[in-house]
Design a protein around this ligand. Structure first.
Ligand code: ARG
Length: 463
């Protein structure tokens, strides 16, 4: 290489170096340096395979291996100088390797391209994020499970349309989220299994004429198998999209729980007290304790969903195989992964620290005619009324209680019998919220017995 201004890696046919603006728009090193460990791991696997196949001499392979370890420790020590002129992590590492070991460094890129290299690095990185997100989700499930166990029989209002519907148990409500986060874990596990194929060796797009062993590199990097089609291998970003999709759904779940915490911790609800550790004060209103962590978590969902839409938009019009557009995949995924992990940790902390206000929950559960359905069911069961008629009788009783300014259990037997003569005193048993939830023993129902059984099951699953 005689030219000093054109790129040292690919500048053979170039007389001129890039415009400063070109360098600014082209360089990805500012963000893809995060892939350094994966990049070096991939290069080590590639070099070892080349040597095993007789494509590299053992001497060169050993020099490359040692050099790459030095680069790794330099980056980890913070002494590595990243260069925008060298565009990306792949060329930064290779250029440094050349300085360290000389000519042998130039042989590392045999039978490989940055296209399969970046696809491999990024898959390894996203695969790690699937594992990290799974651990975060699991920890959050444990926190919810502890709440469910403590409050298996605490009653609270269950809502539809955010209107009091029927009493439910605190434990049942917590377990609803345990189920949601279990599905998130399932989606990540599915995505991880599907992404666990190795693009390395697809080279630029068509494969290579060198006698490489793709099974060996796939195995060395912990992949199940090499990807079967070289064009697909370098142009596929489904793995990132699947991760983002799973992350977006998990973030939506986090946002719903965050929204509940915001509502529940308000002075109007007082269902829970958030801890000082996850709240902030107001600089002007001394009485305030704001649920900032929950609010931020609710908002951060937008970043994760935005990342998903951004990458779908990048990919949707790309012809096969690699296009530089795909360099725009990384920042979105990096930000979404960071945001998701932080959100999961914050939610876990909030859930662990949240103190349910049991008396307030119980009082709210008993208000708003929450046992009207129990009354209608009693009329069906005990008086053999058709459900539609029972519904109507109960509605009349609710209207009566509303006029009287009381709740259903506060009506006298005589008042009830004025609406339907068959009503007996034992109807009052089903109007209590504890009896109401205890009766909901159908599979998946809110009864404390069900909650305890599900808590036991989840304890086993989560270990
Ligand atoms: N920095 C590039 C990216 O992130 C690496 C691949 C570049 N390949 C190429 N043919 N220019 O996508």
């Amino acid at each position: 290489m005689t030219d000093t201004t054109s790129n040292a890696m690919w500048g053979g046919r170039f007389a001129d170096g890039p415009d400063a603006i070109m360098e600014a728009i082209n360089a990805s090193i500012g963000f893809d340096k995060r892939l350094y460990a994966q990049d070096i791991r991939g290069s080590r696997a590639h070099a070892a395979m080349l040597a095993a196949q007789g494509i590299l001499t053992d001497r060169d392979a050993e020099a490359i291996r040692e050099g790459l370890l030095t680069v790794l420790s330099e980056i980890e020590a913070g002494s590595f100088e990243f260069s925008a002129a060298l565009e990306d992590i792949h060329m930064n590492v290779e250029a440094r390797l050349k300085t360290l070991i000389g000519e042998a460094a130039g042989r590392l890129h045999t039978a490989r391209s940055r296209n399969d290299q970046v696809a491999t690095d990024f898959r390894l990185w996203v695969r790690d994020q699937c594992d990290a997100a799974d651990a975060g989700l699991r920890a959050l499930q444990s926190a919810l499970l502890a709440q469910a166990e403590a409050g298996a029989d605490w009653v609270m209002p269950g809502f539809t349309h955010l209107q009091t519907a029927q009493p439910v148990t605190w434990g049942h409500h917590m377990l609803a989220y345990v189920e949601m986060f279990a599905r998130d874990r399932g989606r990540l596990a599915d995505a991880r299994a599907r992404m666990n194929e190795c693009p390395l060796g697809a080279a630029a797009l068509a494969g290579t004429s060198f006698p490489i062993d793709r099974d060996a590199t796939a195995e060395a990097l912990g992949f199940e198998r090499p990807m079967a089609n070289s064009l697909d291998a370098v142009s596929d970003r489904d793995f990132a999209l699947e991760f983002l999709s799973a992350a977006a759904i998990a973030a939506m779940h986090l946002s719903r729980l965050a929204e509940e915490l915001v509502i529940w911790s308000s002075a109007q609800f007082r269902f829970v007290a958030l801890s000082d550790r996850f709240s902030t004060g107001s600089s002007i209103m001394p009485q305030k304790k704001n649920p900032d962590a929950a609010e931020l978590l609710r908002a951060k969902t937008g970043r994760i969903m935005g990342a998903m839409v951004a990458l779908f938009t990048v990919m949707k019009g790309l012809p096969l195989a690699y296009s530089k557009d795909m360099q725009e995949d990384k920042e979105q995924v990096f930000d979404a992964a960071d945001t998701l992990l932080l959100s999961l940790a914050a939610m876990e902390g909030m859930v662990r620290d949240t103190t349910p206000n049991r008396p307030a929950l119980e009082a709210a559960a008993a208000s708003g005619f929450s046992t009207a359905t129990d009354l209608a069911d009693w009329l069906v069961r005990e008086l053999d009324l058709p459900f539609r008629e029972a519904h109507h009788v109960t509605g009349t009783l609710v209207a009566l209680a509303e006029r009287e300014g009381c709740d259903l259990p506060d009506l006298s037997l005589a008042q009830m019998q004025g609406v339907h003569g068959g009503i007996r005193a034992d109807v009052f048993d089903v109007l209590g919220v504890h009896n109401s939830v205890a009766s909901r023993t159908s599979y998946g129902g809110t009864a404390p017995a069900n909650v305890r059984a599900q808590v036991a099951r989840w304890k086993e699953v989560l270990g």
